[in-house]
Design a protein around this ligand. Structure first.
Ligand code: SAM
Length: 271
């Protein structure tokens, strides 16, 4: 790692000024990057899928931990800088120029990768929902993703809190989600307007007999009118009122009071 040129020099040499259109906010602090790279645990010899490596700060840290990295980056300007990094870590880094929202990522890996990404928030959320809604068991070993702090809080939220909603239920019904670390806005260049946090998600067994689509429809209806009683908000979901009765769930409750397990039980009856 010590033989690598400073990241800021790489950026200057390759003319990688951060593009607002591509949602680029770069991280340079090698200690911070090392901490993020260690969130998935020991990745020495493991496969890592990095989305949006940019100039390669996090990529360096992942390679430094001994991972085999496949990285997909949309910004063509970054590819030569990443190729240089690949030369310093022979056979450990493969860079693909492309859009992570379109690439067939599972086909790139022989064994389950850890996914690690510091992405624009809209892209990160779209990818997360895609990864969580795909067939279970998933093709990845864990997710380590940077989000706007508020979105991170929604992913890990507990019932009864303002942050609890669809994203919490869909993230937690067959995964464990936790906030691994907070990241101050000043750590980024340029600094974004909001604070960030790294979320770590590991898959768990899916509960028997529950279809994702049903849980999705149920949570969309319930949290679409979160201030209303469930007997009102779940009216459009066929069979939901009856299912609540069968499970002795009081229909005067509101969506945010239902635990993830209660949503899962309802979805099971409707699946
Ligand atoms: N990982 C680097 C770091 O931590 O310094 C860069 C982070 S920057 C917030 C996000 C990166 O994701 C940019 O390099 C951007 O070009 C890339 N990116 C944005 N959308 C993408 C997409 N759909 N597919 C692949 N890369 C994307």
């Amino acid at each position: 790692m010590t033989t690598l040129p400073p990241l800021r020099d790489v950026i200057q040499r390759h003319g990688l000024s951060a593009s607002k259109a591509l949602g680029q906010n770069f991280l340079f602090d090698s200690q911070l990057l090392g901490r993020i790279a260690r969130v998935p645990g020991d990745i020495a010899g493991a496969n890592v899928f990095e989305v949006g490596p940019g100039p390669g700060g996090l990529t360096r840290a992942l390679l430094g931990e001994g991972a085999n990295v496949i990285a997909v980056e949309r910004d063509r300007r970054c590819i030569p800088a990443l190729a240089e990094l690949g030369e310093a870590f022979p056979d450990k880094l493969r860079v693909i120029e492309g859009d992570a929202l379109e690439i067939d990522a599972p086909s790139l890996f022989g064994s389950k990768p850890h996914i690690v990404a510091n992405l624009p928030y809209n892209v990160g959320t779209a990818l997360l929902v895609g990864w969580l809604s795909a067939d279970w068991k998933p093709w990845w070993a864990s997710l380590t993703l940077m989000f706007q702090k508020e979105v991170a809080e929604r992913i890990v939220a507990a019932p009864g809190t303002d942050a609890y909603g669809r994203l919490a239920v869909l993230s937690q019904w067959r995964s464990h989600a936790r906030i691994a670390m907070a990241v101050h806005r000043s750590a980024f260049t340029p600094p974004p307007k909001v604070m960030s946090a790294v979320v770590h998600i590991t898959p768990a067994d899916a509960p028997d007999g529950v279809r994702f689509k049903v849980l999705e429809a149920l949570t969309a209806a319930a949290f679409g009118q979160r201030r209303k009683m469930l007997r009102q908000s779940l009216k459009p979901v066929p069979g939901a009122i009856n299912a609540m009765e069968r499970l002795s769930i009081d229909s005067s409750r509101r969506a945010e009071t239902l635990s993830v397990d209660e949503f899962v039980s309802l979805a099971r009856l409707l699946s």
